[in-house]
Unconditional design. Sequence first.
Length: 132
Amino acid sequence: MASGEKTMSYPPPPWELKGHGVQTIHCVPTADVRSLVPAELDIVAVLPGKTLGVIAFAHYGPGSVLEYDELIVAPAVVKRNGQYGVWISHIYVSHPDSVAGGREIWGVPKFLANFRWVERGTQRTVTATMDG
């Protein structure tokens, strides 16, 4: 390997991921999430002073190119140049290769966290922690 050349610790794209997860949508005050959204994006109001925020948890297991857990925070529906979408402000994952791949391949704001999934009958809960 040439001097200064990076070694890739994560799998090359595309990442085929298989698993399960849950996604929740919340009506949130735009003032509360403004600091999480770049100023050049307009926050779309779905009600006066409110936008939609999304929280998603996923577990990617056997059959995935990389096995890990993930928490995605999308605090607002946004608009820019006539295009609508959601802004993802944070992604927390349980595998350092997912952090590196997300940042280097897609420029995604991923951070390392610990996840704990608990299943009781048909109920599943998940806890994510970062730095304790």
